[in-house]
Every structure is written in C-alpha cells, then in structure tokens.
Ligand binder design. Structure first.
Ligand SMILES: [Zn+2]
Length: 123
C-alpha cells in the first residue's frame, strides 16, 4: 500500500485532533471547577467552604472575614494584637491566614483537582 500525501495529512490531522481534544477537555474542566476554594476553620472545625470568587463576609469567632473577587482577608478582629488583620489579603493556593487567639484558620485550596483528574480518566 502506498502512503500518499493525503493519507499523511489525514493521519497528522487525526493526531492533532487527538491531542487538541485532551487539551480542550482539561481547559474546559479547569474552567468549570476553576474557582479556588476558601476554607475557614475554627477550633479545628470546618466552618465555611466556598468559592474564592464569591463576594461574601463572614463572622467567625471575633473575626470578620471578607472574601472578594479572588482574595480573602480579615477585615476586623477583636483579638488583642490583630495579627490576622495585619496579614492583609491572600489569594494563592496553600496560603493561609491565622488568628491564634480566636483559633481561626483561613486557607485557600485548589479547585477540585482530584475530581477533575478522575473525570478525565473516565472520559
Ligand atoms: Zn486575630
């Protein structure tokens, strides 16, 4: 069998489409689950879990926590040194804010990566 230019073209297009579909699936999954999550813990209990893109204000113990367009900060706190307020805002995965006197921990976690990975395998 002779391989013509047309055959090569079709094969290379098929290979391209194959890789492109992987890229497309991972990008679209990334957009669906793309929002980083904020988790707020108080005394080792999970108080709040939600999207970092959602605008929200929470009162946890003596802290007023503000979540706004991709970043979190402690706006006000009744703790003596107000270190949590001075930490300013965080916006990256694995960053955290801590208020020791109130036992409040705020962390940013990655969008549900495990779930996306499993979905990609199943597809
Ligand atoms: Zn504090």
């Amino acid at each position: 069998m002779k391989v013509t230019f047309g055959d090569r073209l079709i094969i290379s297009l098929a290979v391209l489409a194959f890789f492109f579909s992987f890229w497309y699936v991972s990008v679209s999954l990334g957009q669906q689950n793309g929002a980083k999550q904020v988790k707020v813990w108080q005394a080792e209990k999970l108080i709040y879990s939600g999207s970092l893109e959602q605008q929200r204000q929470l009162r946890v113990a003596g802290c007023v926590i503000s979540i706004k367009k991709g970043s979190v900060r402690v706006l006000k706190s009744t703790c003596p040194k107000k270190l949590c307020v001075k930490q300013g805002s965080i916006q990256y995965v694995n960053q955290s804010l801590v208020c020791l006197p109130h036992k409040v921990v705020i962390t940013i976690v990655a969008p549900q990566q495990e779930k996306a990975a499993v979905d990609a395998v199943l597809r």
